[in-house]
Each structure stands twice: as C-alpha cells, then as structure tokens.
Design a protein around this ligand. Structure first.
Ligand code: SF4
Length: 409
C-alpha cells in the first residue's frame, strides 16, 4: 500500500475522537476542584441517570482497554497476582485493582470515585470487583441485579428490575444530596437513544461492499457510545462520523485494499494485537466488517421508548447480548452473517471473559449447521498477552483463510 493510499484510507474523525476522550478524562481528573462527583460504572450499566445528575461516569473497563492497547496489561496483571488475585480472574479486573494501588497505566490511574454503580448484566465478576473497590475507596456501592433472560423477558423480571431503577435514583439523590430532575432525565434519555441510533447506522455502513471501515475501527470508535452516552457531544461526533462513512462509500474508499473476503468477529478485541491482527487479515484481502461486541451498544434499541426512557431502560439494560440465552445469541449472529454477507466467522475464545466465551462452542456448531460458513476459534485474552501465542494464531488464521478462499472460489 502506498503512503498516499494509506493516508486516503485514514478515518479523519479519529483525531477529533482522541481530543474528546482527552477532555473527558481531564474533566474527570479535575472533578474535585470543580465540585463535581465521579461514579465508576460497569460497561453495561445504566449511565443516563448519572448524566442527568451531572455526575461524571468513569468506566474501569474502558480504562482496561486503554491499558491493553498500550501494552501495559501484563505488568499490571502480574502486580494483581502478587497481591493474591488468581490469574483466572478477568484481566480488566486484575489491571484495574492493581492500578488503584500502584497508580500505573497510560493515565496514571483513574480519578478517585465518589460512588460505584455495578450492573451484573455483563457478568458476575463485576460484583466482587466493585465490592473490592468500594472497600478500598470507602465509597457507597449500588448494585443493579438483572436476571439472565435465557428465553425471554418475563413480567416478574420486568417488575424486579424496574423497582431497582427507582432504588437507583434514591441512591443517587442520597449520595449527591440533590433532587433527581426528571425533565433533564428525559432530555438525556433522548440523547442516549439518538446516539445509539447513530452508532447503529455507522456500524451498518459496513454492509456496503467494499466496507468503508473495519471492526478494528469500530473497536476504537466505540469509546464514546460507552463513556459519553446521553450527551450532545456523543451525538454530534457520531453525526460527523456517519457523514464521513457515507462520503467514503460515495468515493469508493475501503478500509482494506482489494477487499475480497468479509468476516465477522466474536468477543472482545485482543487490544494489544489490534494492528497485527488487522494487517494479518488485510494481507489475505479480508476485512472484519462487523463484530458482536461493538454492536451490543445498540442491540437493545428496540426495547427503548425515547419518550419514556426511565420506564423502558429496565428492559433495555436487561436484554443485552451477554445477558440472553445461547440460542438467542446464535440468532443474532445468524442475522449479522446475513446482513453483512460474510464469508467466515472468527471467534475469540477469551480466557478473561467467561460469559462471552462459555457458549461459543454451541454457537459455533449452530453457525456451521445453519449458515454453512467456515468458523475459526482463536485462543487469547483481551489484556493479558501471556495467553496469546502469535505463531499458533498465525497458523490458524492462514489455514482458515485457505478454507474461506476455497469456499468462495
Ligand atoms: S468478565 Fe467479561 S464482561 Fe465481565 S468485566 Fe471481564 S470482560 Fe467485562
């Protein structure tokens, strides 16, 4: 690829996104001086009430991704193991727990929280992880319990989770000593809805052949819909990004030169190997056009009522990808295979993320039977590189791509 071509392929909005993230972290770091409060919240947690209360939400998992991408994960995970935590514990949790003590990582640790908000719609690990941090920082912890919807969303689950949303608001009023502003909540809810709609549209642009961006770009641009959901900043940014994607389609600019094969990715990214994996697939003229991870931040849109966000959020936050049954997950994957018209499915068996990885063998079987496309399983970990064998993954990708090529031919 010539330099000129490579410059042409670069997504211009990336710089703006870096600037927004820098401002966001600076605001959080200086929160105390500006009489603002900080809440640490799990990645699938309902952030909108925090935004409505002017509390700055901070995501230890986003921080974990930054630690992984800056290749600082191994050192921090070892430090957590030296503190007595098992190497089987999620590497986001390990790196966050040790970071709180040593103030390491790319930004010297996260700002001290005033409260912790933990929602177990993504996993059970977060419960113990947040209890540890609540003890360490001596701050109140709110737990939102969302039962797994193996087959559907029952009236009992609906009542149980909805009641906790009221408890959540009472908790925030108590910690901030402020009254909850329902009008502001409605405005924030609409912005959250709009942001997720834009995110979905952006991800959907990759159904175009060739794809204007890859899943590796989606992993990067995901940060705002996670951290700044419910804000005008996120909405404005995603409007610009969508415009840029549409322009790329019009101008025929693809992320992978000579895109010939289209693939779907499952599970979290391997943060410390993004560049290597992207080049590896691109060398085979293959583009990872979509993934099950970034799409999770718009997959519950169907359950949100933008005119009654507070009532509908119970269902939207309970029926997310990691909190549903394996059959439902497989159905979503099958829909994606069809929509993005992919030639193969790449599954990351992630040693850290048990809820994402446990059902993968079943999903693999269903996809092979119903979609009839080749499936590759690679073993790794999103932050801890000790669980990644470059030579083994390389051999598997090469062999998989041979099958993809033969099938297409
Ligand atoms: S186990 Fe998975 S879902 Fe839970 S915190 Fe770790 S990466 Fe996130």
């Amino acid at each position: 690829m010539s330099d000129t071509l490579s410059d042409k392929r670069k997504i211009k909005c990336a710089k703006k996104m870096r600037d927004i993230m820098t401002t966001y972290y600076l605001d959080a770091m200086t929160a105390e001086q500006n009489s603002k409060q900080v809440a640490w919240i799990t990645s699938g947690g309902p952030v909108e009430p925090l935004v409505a209360m002017d509390i700055i939400p901070i995501y230890p998992e986003n921080h974990g991704a930054m630690i992984g991408a800056s290749k600082m994960g191994e050192d921090l995970c070892i430090k957590a193991e030296d503190m007595g935590y098992s190497s089987d514990l999620c590497s986001y949790a390990r790196s966050d727990i040790s970071c709180s003590i040593v103030k390491g990582g790319p930004i010297g640790g996260l700002p001290k929280p005033d409260m912790l908000i933990c929602c177990n719609n993504i996993c059970g690990t977060v419960l113990k992880w947040y209890e540890i941090q609540a003890r360490l920082y001596n701050v109140p912890l709110f737990i939102l319990d969302t039962p797994v919807c193996h087959t559907g969303y029952s009236p009992e689950i609906a009542r149980y989770v909805r009641a906790q949303i009221d408890e959540y608001i009472t908790f925030l009023e108590k910690v901030t000593k402020k009254k909850f502003d329902h009008d502001k909540m409605n405005r924030v809810g609409r912005l959250a809805f709009e942001g997720q709609q834009l995110w979905r549209k952006i991800l959907n642009t990759t159904a175009h052949k060739p794809s204007p961006m890859s899943a590796f770009d989606a992993f990067f641009f995901l940060a705002l819909i996670v951290t700044l959901r419910g804000t005008q900043v996120a909405v404005d940014f995603y409007k610009d990004l969508l415009k840029e994607m549409e322009q790329r389609i019009e101008d025929g600019i693809s992320m992978v030169p000579n895109e010939t094969y289209r693939l779907l990715w499952d599970n979290l990214p391997v943060w410390y190997r993004l560049k290597w994996l992207s080049t590896k697939f691109s060398d085979h003229n293959a583009c990872l056009v979509a993934d099950t991870y970034t799409s999770a931040w718009c997959s519950a849109l169907n359950y949100i009522d933008e005119d009654n966000f507070i009532d509908s959020m119970a269902e939207a936050y309970t029926r997310i990808y990691l909190n549903i049954g394996v059959d439902q997950m497989a159905d979503q994957v099958l829909d994606m295979i069809k929509f993005y018209d992919v030639n193969g499915f790449v599954m990351h068996s992630n040693r850290s993320c048990k809820p994402y990885s446990f059902g993968q063998m079943n999903i693999m079987k269903i996809i092979r039977e119903k979609a009839g496309i080749p499936v590759l399983m690679i073993e790794a970990d999103m932050v801890d590189p000790r669980n990644f064998s470059k030579s083994q993954v390389e051999t598997r990708i090469d062999a998989f791509m041979e099958i993809v090529k033969q099938r297409k031919a």
